[in-house]
Design a protein around this ligand. Structure first.
Ligand code: AMP
Ligand code: MG
Length: 427
């Protein structure tokens, strides 16, 4: 049997970041920047006021104080609006709003709170520091600055910065377009009526959701019956405009395992038995340039396989440097055991282990590959090494966090000593 690590290595060697292209900001959100971005404009673009107040010459109010206020005529208003303001003559002031361009001549803005706030003339009872309340052009970003390096994930702040810099379509690695199709003649679309021997196709929904969570754009296709012709036809159709195909079911040694029948004949997809549980039968290959992941049909196997193999691959296609889920050291709450010769991924929920101790991993229920309720209750997969025999309660093992790092660390925060809070990557 092939190891999980060898299978993952084969997959990661076969996929790479998708070719970069410019995307509008809404679509670029959540994508990875493909090239260093240097500012073509400065931020702020012009000297402007940081406060609502009065633009004036600091020298005119240098002697102002509570006992000897200075009064200046107010010659106009400068709103935050298009236009070039007229100069401010010495001995006068102009009302100015936050974000409005600083008028020529003025070297200081006195905030309204330091004045009587009038419109015809203004009395200033406190001497400003010259230059006060002025946001200088380029003090945030200068032209030519490297503002976002290649490889940076574009979240809200990065999108805001790009917009401020007037970059409408940054060059990014696009999200992979993924087609998800489930196979099985027993499958009925959710919401349908079940006859004898039929079950709801849950895999296509679960895998589609997982792929979306991994940052893909997903096309979910309804269950394909176990007919080689039907499967081959659909596979031919979906491969256009698709960056990856994920199938579930039909990869085992059963009589109607169509995925294996059709794709094994194509020659570029390899079907293997992996030393893992759940999810022993797996296939992966590249068909006409499109990576094809053929996951096993049992619902827990399908999702665990997605976690271990597909999610890292999709993240690599997105151009992300960190492709793995974080892992944590945890303590077993009860004795656990791996299947003989197969590394096991048990469905667990992590509980606070107490001050300075690792979280405790509790099995969430039945560990059969069909038992989705235990996976749905889990926030981590406990990794039980192959051939370790029975692992007693209270032993330290590694767990793969299914919850995102922040949520898990937040919930268990009190329990995690600093060194445990540092998460590691690894399958
Ligand atoms: P297979 O890998 O096709 O032999 O399927 C293994 C088990 O998973 C069988 O019990 C199938 O009924 C079940 N199964 C396969 N595909 C799905 C699916 N899309 N949704 C839910 N269960 C499935
Ligand atoms: Mg099947």
């Amino acid at each position: 049997m092939k190891s999980v690590d060898a299978h993952l290595a084969d997959i990661l060697a076969a996929v790479g970041p998708l070719p970069p292209r410019p995307l509008p900001l809404g679509s670029a959100h959540g994508c990875v920047l493909a090239a260093d971005l240097h500012a073509a404009t400065a931020l702020p673009g012009f000297d402007n006021s940081a406060m609502d107040g009065y633009a004036l010459h600091a020298a005119d109010v240098a002697g102002a104080g509570p006992d000897h206020p200075v009064t200046l005529p107010v010659t106009g208003d400068i709103p935050a609006a298009p236009g070039t303001p007229a100069p401010v003559a010495p001995g006068t002031a102009v009302r100015i709003m936050t974000g409005a361009p600083l008028p020529p001549g003025a070297d200081t803005v006195v905030q309204i709170e330091w004045t009587d706030g009038r419109m015809d003339q203004v009395t200033v009872a406190r001497a400003p520091v010259p230059g006060q309340n002025i946001r200088r052009a380029g003090e945030d970003v200068a032209v030519g600055d490297l503002v976002l390096p290649a490889g940076r994930l574009l979240g809200a702040a990065q999108i805001g910065l790009l917009a401020a810099l007037n970059v409408a379509a940054p060059t990014v690695h696009p999200r992979p377009r993924v087609a998800v199709l489930s196979t099985g003649s027993e499958l009925v679309e959710v919401g349908g009526t079940l006859g004898p021997g039929q079950i709801v196709d849950s895999n296509s929904h679960a895998v589609a959701a997982a792929a979306r969570e991994a940052g893909a754009r997903v096309r979910r296709l309804a269950g394909v019956p176990d007919s080689p012709d039907a499967f081959a036809a659909l596979l031919g159709d979906v491969r256009t405009d698709t960056d990856a195909v994920i199938t579930t079911g039909g990869v085992s040694v059963g009589a109607f395992d169509v995925v294996k029948q059709v794709l094994a004949a194509a020659g570029t997809v390899r079907f293997e038995r992996l030393a893992m549980r759940p999810g022993m039968p797996q296939g992966f290959g590249v068909l006409d340039g499109v990576p094809v992941f053929t996951l096993p049909g049992n619902p827990v196997s399908a999702l665990v396989s997605f976690e271990l193999f597909v999610r890292p691959a999709l993240r690599r296609m997105r151009g992300l440097a960190f492709v793995h889920r974080p892992t944590l050291v945890v303590t077993t709450a009860q004795p656990v055991r791996a299947a003989a010769g197969r590394r096991s991924y048990l469905r667990v929920r992590l509980a606070d282990g107490g001050e300075g101790r690792p979280p405790v991993a509790h099995l969430t229920g039945g560990q059969g590959a069909h038992q989705m309720s235990a996976l749905a209750a889990a926030d981590a997969l406990l990794i039980v090494p192959a051939d370790g025999g029975e692992v007693p309660a209270g032993r330290e093992l590694t767990a793969l966090l299914l919850d995102d790092e922040v949520t898990a660390a937040g919930r268990l925060g009190g329990a995690l000593p600093a060194d445990r809070r540092r998460v590691e990557v690894g399958g």
